[in-house]
Design a binder for this molecule. Structure first.
Ligand code: ZN
Length: 564
C-alpha cells in the first residue's frame, strides 16, 4: 500500500466518546490486573486509530493546503482536538488511581505513567480561560511577525524572505537588509513588549492557579522534563560558558579573517564563506538514490527502513504550489509508517532532511512495537539525539552529495553546531530570569538579555544598531513567545550527538549498536536513561562537555578554512 492509498475516515466524536467511556468503565470496574490490562490494550487501540486519522489529515493538509476536503478536516481536528484530549485526561486519572497500577507498570513503559502524571499536574478546568488567553497571545505574536512587509531595494518582503539579503556577499547589502528588518521591530516594539508581558503574566497566573510558586516548575512539566530540574540545567549552562564559549569565540575570529575583516559586525555573523555556503551537487531524485545506497551501506536496519519509506511513498520532499513551508517528521501508527515532509530548495538543508528528519523517522520506525501513543517518540530533547546523531553518522557518505564542497559542509556543520550551543543556552537562561521575576518591566528584560549576550555571545557587536544594542534580538526567537523553555533541548541533544560523532570518528565498534539501541527504546525511557543506555555521558555531568570539546576543536583546526 502506498501513502495515498492509506484510508482516512473522520471519526465521529460522539461515537468515539461512547466507546471510549464504555471501555473506561470496563477498565475501572476490572476485578483484577489481567482484566484491566486487556481494557488498557483496547483503549490504546482506539487511541492509536484516532491519532492515525488526525495525523493523516494533518499530513495531507500540509501537502496541499488548497485541497478543500482536508482543509475542512483540518478545521475539524483543530476544534475537536481538545475534546479528545479531555477523554485522555479521564483515562490518565483512571490509570493513576487504579488499584492495579503496579500490574500495569509491569507491562507498560514507565514514561507513560510519568507523562500521565504531568498531564494531570498541568491542567484543571479552572485554567481553561487562561489557556485560551495564552494561545491567543501566541497567535498574535506569529500574526504580527508574519504581517511584516519590508521594503528593500525595490521589492517588498516578509521577515523570512529577508534572510537571503542578510547573508548577501555584499557587506553593505547585508547591513542595509538587517537595518530594514530591524525597522519593522522598532515600529512594533511596544506591541511585542505588550504581548510578551501579557504572556509572562498569564503563565504566572496559570502556575499560581495550579499551586506552583512561579512558572518555571510548571514550564518544566509542560515540556515533559522527566528526570532533570532547573538546577541541573543551570549547571549545564555553566559548562557551556566555561568550555564552549571560548571555542566559539575562536571560530568567530577565524570567520572574520576568512572574510578579511578585523572584527565581525552583527550583520556579518550569518555570512560564513566568501565563496558562499556549501550546496548539494545532485538533483532531488539523485539525492534520494544516494540516500538509499547510503542507508544500505550504513546497516541492514537503516537499509530496510529507507526502502520502506520509498516503497510506500512516505517522503514528500519537493516544494509545490499550495504546500506548507518547512519540514517535519511524523508517524501514522495504524500503518506503522513514519512520514517525512520537506521543501527542497537546493541548499545543504536538503541533505539535512535526508539525514536529520530521516533520523527521527528511523527511530520511530524502530519503535513500531510501542503500542502506547504517548511513547512512540521520546520527549523533545531525546528526539533530537536520534536526528542530530544521524547527521553525524552519515558523514562518511557526504562526499556523494557535496562533491568538492564536502570539507566545507563538514566544517560548517560542526562549527555551526558549536556556535549554536552558547546562543541556545542564553535563550534558556533569559527565560529562567524572566519567569523567576515576572514583575520585571519590558525594559528590565531587555537589560537582562543584553547582559546575557555579553556573557554567552560576546562577539555580538551592535555598535551600529542602537535598537539591538539595548537588548531586543530575542523578538526574533519564536520559541520564547510560544513554548517557554523549549530551546535548550537542541543543545542537550547536540552535545549527545557530538559524542556519537567522536565515537564514529574514532571507529568505536559499538557506535552504531548503541545508536540502534536507543532507536529501539523510542519513548519508553526518559532523557537521562536514554543517554545512559546509549553509553553516552549525560550533559548534566561535569565530564560531558570536556570529553568532546577538544576533539571537536582539533577536527575544526584540521581543516584549512582559509581555502573554503
Ligand atoms: Zn529534529
Amino acid at each position: 500500500m502506498k501513502f495515498n492509498e492509506y484510508v482516512y475516515q473522520r471519526p465521529d466524536y460522539d461515537t468515539v466518546k461512547t466507546e471510549y467511556l464504555d471501555l473506561l468503565d470496563g477498565f475501572k470496574n476490572s476485578v483484577d490486573g489481567a482484566e484491566q490490562r486487556a481494557f488498557f490494550k483496547k483503549i490504546n487501540q482506539l487511541r492509536l486509530k484516532i491519532e492515525s486519522m488526525s495525523t493523516l489529515s494533518s499530513i495531507r493538509h500540509s501537502i496541499n493546503t488548497q485541497d478543500p476536503f482536508y482543509e475542512t478536516e483540518n478545521e475539524y481536528w483543530d476544534n475537536q482536538g481538545p475534546l479528545y484530549a479531555e477523554l485522555n485526561n479521564q483515562f490518565y486519572q483512571a490509570v493513576l488511581s487504579s488499584e492495579f497500577l503496579e500490574d500495569l507498570k509491569d507491562v507498560y513503559p514507565i514514561t507513560f505513567f510519568q507523562l500521565a502524571e504531568n498531564a494531570l499536574k498541568t491542567f484543571k478546568p479552572e485554567i481553561i480561560e487562561l489557556l485560551q488567553e495564552e494561545n491567543k497571545l501566541v497567535s498574535e505574536y506569529y500574526k504580527l511577525m508574519a504581517s511584516a512587509q519590508i521594503e528593500f531595494d525595490g521589492g517588498v518582503y516578509t521577515l523570512s524572505q529577508m534572510t537571503p539579503f542578510t547573508q548577501n556577499p555584499n557587506r553593505d547589502t547585508r547591513k542595509r537588509a538587517f537595518e530594514a528588518r530591524t525597522s519593522f521591530l522598532v515600529q512594533n516594539e511596544a506591541n511585542l513588549d505588550k504581548i510578551y508581558d501579557d504572556l509572562v503574566k498569564v503563565r504566572t497566573k496559570i502556575a499560581h492557579e495550579l499551586g506552583f510558586e512561579n512558572y518555571i516548575p510548571l514550564g518544566y512539566l509542560r515540556m515533559n522534563r522527566l528526570d532533570y530540574d532547573a538546577k541541573m540545567v543551570a549547571f549545564y549552562r555553566e559548562q557551556v560558558l566555561e568550555y564552549v564559549v571560548p571555542l566559539a569565540q575562536k571560530l568567530y575570529k577565524k570567520q572574520a579573517s576568512r572574510l578579511d575583516l578585523d572584527k565581525l559586525a552583527y550583520y556579518d555573523i550569518n555570512f560564513d564563506f566568501k565563496s558562499g555556503n556549501p550546496t548539494p551537487k545532485a538533483s532531488p531524485e539523485e539525492m534520494v538514490q544516494i540516500a538509499k545506497e547510503m542507508y544500505h551501506e550504513l546497516s541492514p536496519e537503516t537499509g530496510e527502513f529507507f526502502d520502506f519509506m520509498v516503497e510506500h511513498d512516505l517522503l514528500d520532499l519537493e516544494s509545490k504550489k499550495g504546500k506548507q513551508g518547512g519540514g517535519y517528521c511524523t508517524y501514522i501508527p495504524e500503518y506503522s509508517s513514519p512520514f517525512i515532509f520537506s521543501n527542497f530548495n537546493a541548499t545543504a538543508g536538503d541533505v539535512e532532511v535526508l539525514t536529520h528528519e530521516a533520523g527521527h523517522a528511523f527511530q520511530v520506525y524502530q519503535s513500531r512495537w510501542v503500542d502506547v501513543p504517548e511513547c512512540a517518540f521520546p520527549t523533545y530533547e531525546s528526539c533530537e539525539i536520534h536526528s542530530m546523531s544521524m547527521e553525524y553518522l552519515t558523514w562518511p557518505w557526504m562526499d556523494r552529495f557535496f562533491k568538492e564542497d564536502t570539507d566545507k559542509f563538514k566544517y560548517a556543520h560542526m562549527s555551526d553546531n558549536v556556535k549554536f550551543l552558547p546562543y541556545g543556552v542564553s535563550v534558556d537562561h533569559f527565560q529562567h530570569e524572566v519567569y523567576a521575576n515576572p514583575n520585571m518591566t519590558p525594559d528590565e528584560r531587555k537589560v537582562i538579555w543584553r547582559k546575557l549576550e555579553k556573557m554567552y555571545v560576546p562577539h555580538k557587536d551592535y555598535t551600529e544598531n542602537e535598537f539591538l544594542d539595548k537588548g531586543t534580538f530575542w523578538y526574533n526567537q519564536g520559541h520564547i513567545f510560544s513554548t517557554p523553555f523549549y530551546y535548550i533541548d537542541y543543545t542537550l541533544a547536540g552535545v549527545c550527538a557530538m559524542q556519537f560523532w567522536k565515537r564514529a570518528a574514532q571507529n568505536d565498534p559499538n557506535t552504531f549498536k548503541d545508536y540502534l539501541k536507543i532507536c529501539n527504546i523510542g519513548g519508553t525511557k526518559s532523557f537521562v536513561n536514554i543517554v545512559k543506555d546509549a553509553n553516552l555521558i549525560s550533559p548534566f555531568e561535569k565530564e560531558c562537555i570536556p570529553s568532546i570539546i577538544k576533539d571537536v576543536e582539533e577536527f575544526l583546526y584540521s581543516i584549512d578554512d582559509t581555502k573554503l
